[in-house]
Design a binder for this molecule. Structure first.
Ligand code: ACM
Length: 408
């Protein structure tokens, strides 16, 4: 691994990698502002410089929109939440809610006002952290569809998601859908000053598009074969390109999960490489697209090692040592200048409390921070491990108590 200094739009600092991030999913479980501030304190200590905040998903919309107020008054609350591991993730029909699942019967709510988020952005800046907001589109839109059924091609009324998994209900991507996205991204640009705006782009099933005469016509008008289901990825690329153009008009660059290049490169963008099994980083850099590495190894909603020995989580995950040994340049050593950096993911389906959030995050976030800040010059594992006691104590003093070190 060589140390690189890739081109970045983020404020320059001395880190080996320019982008050293944490993604926080506040959609599946709302995280109070005071706890986000606590995380920012820890990030400052560790020299992590990006908080990617996942503000919307099927199970909750957390960003106040003045133009589309029902997003939070309706989309900000789900009626209940699946308990434990769901009996059905929805892979058969992409409707994760069914008779096999058990629910808690309790509503879950929360959203941030624009004033609160503006204040958070300013506060983060004092900690050396840029907040990158994500509005996930055109998939993961069930909460928005619950608020405004007209955002789907078929106008069917659905509820906010209550199960975990990928939903079939997505956004229409003709003019009404585009206008909705421009409205929301416009408001996002008014609130957040980040040079990168994340538009999600992940896990968008194309079933509704394939079934819609309007979408069929759009595909045909793009010069594609509307009868070939593979071509619908190109409709997503076209949609993403419209968003990239809109964001460029506001002086911002589009960032998206690696599905955004499945149908080709949608213009000026940065890819967040997550689906390790599809080699997204290699695919992106071959196309000269810059990347942020967010591989499943750095999915800290997964257990510390074997899930069977840990509190309920989505599955097995990286141990602290495995996280520390992750190399952001592996497989893309020939184009280090395209690797902006790396990011840990805190998806929150199985993380209902902040105590549990910190347990999942730490001490693995210390490993990510050191990879990002020191790159190839970071300490060997044994030395890193020996120095952890003090660092863990300093984080605990901030209220960020992770998995006990004696379990590592
Ligand atoms: C993702 O894990 N769906 C980006």
């Amino acid at each position: 691994m060589t140390t690189s200094t890739p081109a970045t739009l983020l404020p320059k600092d001395d880190g080996a990698f320019a982008y050293r991030g944490v993604m926080l999913d506040v959609a599946r479980h709302f995280v109070p502002l005071a706890e986000i501030r606590r995380l920012l304190d820890g990030m400052q200590l560790l020299k992590l410089n990006v908080l990617h905040i996942h503000l919307t998903d099927d199970q909750g919309w957390r960003f106040e929109s003045l133009k589309w107020p029902k997003l939070t008054t309706v989309g900000g609350t789900r009626s209940q939440t699946v308990v434990g591991l769901p009996g059905n993730y929805g892979s058969e029909d992409l409707h994760p809610e069914n008779y096999k699942n058990v629910y808690d019967g309790k509503p879950h709510s929360g959203f941030y006002t624009q004033a609160e988020l503006r204040e958070l952005v300013a506060h983060a800046k004092t900690k050396g952290v840029t907040i990158v907001p994500e509005i996930d589109m055109p998939g993961h839109m069930r909460a928005a569809r619950a608020a405004y059924p007209e955002l789907g091609y078929d106008g069917v009324q659905w509820g906010v998601g209550t199960g975990w998994g990928v939903y079939r209900e997505v956004l229409r991507v003709d003019e009404p859908g585009l206008q909705f996205c421009r409205d929301i991204l416009g408001e996002v640009c008014d609130v957040f000053d980040s040079p990168y705006i994340h538009i999600g782009g992940d896990e968008c099933p194309k079933i509704e598009w394939i079934d819609s005469h309007v979408a069929n016509k759009q595909v045909k008008e793009l010069g594609l074969d509307e009868k070939n289901i593979e071509e619908y990825d190109k409709l997503q690329r076209w949609f993403t390109a419209q968003m990239a153009t809109f964001l460029a008009s506001r002086g911002r660059k589009l960032l998206g999960w690696d599905e955004i290049i499945d149908g080709g490169v949608p213009g000026d963008c940065v890819v967040m490489a997550w689906r390790s099994w599809t080699k997204p980083a290699e695919r992106a850099v071959k196309l000269n697209v810059p990347i942020v590495q967010a591989p499943t190894t750095l999915y800290f909603d997964h257990a510390h090692g074997a899930a069977a020995n840990e509190p309920l989580s989505i599955g097995d995950g990286a141990t602290l040592q495995e996280a520390y040994e992750y190399d952001p340049l592996a497989g893309v050593e020939d184009k280090p200048e395209l690797v902006l950096g790396l990011q840990a993911q805190l998806w929150s389906e199985y993380i209902p409390t902040t105590e549990h959030l910190w347990y999942m995050a730490f001490p693995r976030l210390i490993a990510v921070a050191d990879i990002g800040y020191y790159g190839a010059k970071r300490a060997p594992w044994a030395e890193f491990r020996a120095g952890l006691e003090e660092r863990v104590k300093a984080l605990a003093a901030l209220g960020l108590v992770g998995r006990p070190l004696d379990k590592e």
